[in-house]
Design a binder for this molecule. Structure first.
Ligand code: GTP
Ligand code: MG
Length: 208
């Protein structure tokens, strides 16, 4: 996928600071350290657009990037990581309020990617998020990250069992280290933006 332009354009740590949308949006969610910012960099084909770190909790607030692909501009939104144990309960509640109000009220939101470490699979927080998206009729796909860390011999069995446990939404296996699966994530994003995700085509997009 040729990316002709990519830039940071806004950050919001409170509901009031969330800017009006400029383009159709696709958001990236998942627990801290799962690889959200790394995937965004791969999607934008830029090394250091989004800041990545070994230290969980690197990205705070909602971060908005504009990316131009095939003449079309899309905003990719890095949502703050959750499940970071050393944060206080109040901080976690703030996260939930901020993200839920964004997800519920954003008309330009075409879909959401839920990132899950391929070595861990989805835990309760990811399943709660998927349920929330279904209840609010927001399209989503599961993106398995860090597949390069799985032994090659175990990769396909691990991916099929993850796929089975995740239910009917699309599942894309990726590695931001090797770039595997990134084009398939783009394919899903473009379909979501074009609003082509009928139940049948979601099935086609199940790419594991
Ligand atoms: N091997 C490998 N490492 C990865 C991959 N994706 C991310 N990482 C590493 O995992 C760590 C966390 O990545 P980030 O992209 O910063 O994670 P994040 O989800 O944005 O984290 P927060 O901003 O804290 O929520 C970094 O050290 C990355 O280099 C991957 O596909 N393969
Ligand atoms: Mg991050």
């Amino acid at each position: 996928m040729k990316i002709s332009h990519a830039e940071f354009w806004a950050a919001a740590a409170t509901r009031e600071a969330i800017p009006a949308a400029r383009h159709p949006e696709v958001a990236v969610a998942g627990r801290s350290n799962v690889g959200k910012s790394s995937l965004l960099n791969k999607l934008a084909a830029r090394r250091r657009l989004a800041r990545t770190s070994r230290t969980p909790g690197c990205t705070r607030g909602l971060i908005f990037y504009a990316v131009e692909c095939g003449g079309e501009r899309i905003s990719l939104v890095d949502l703050p990581g959750y499940g970071y144990a050393s944060r206080s309960k109040a901080e976690r509640q703030n996260w939930q309020r901020l993200v839920e109000s964004y997800l519920k009220s954003r008309e330009e939101l075409a879909g959401l990617l839920i990132l899950v470490d391929a070595r861990r699979g989805a835990e309760q927080e990811e399943r709660d998020l998927a349920n929330f998206l279904e209840a609010n009729a927001i399209a989503y796909a599961w993106v398995l990250t860090k597949t390069d860390k799985l032994a090659r011999s175990k990769l396909s069995a691990a991916l099929s069992s993850l796929r089975e446990s995740l239910g009917p939404a699309a599942v894309v296996a990726t590695s931001s280290k090797t770039g595997a699966g990134v084009d398939l994530v783009w394919k899903w994003i473009r379909a979501a933006v074009a609003d082509e995700l009928t139940p049948d085509s979601e099935g086609d997009a199940s790419l594991v």
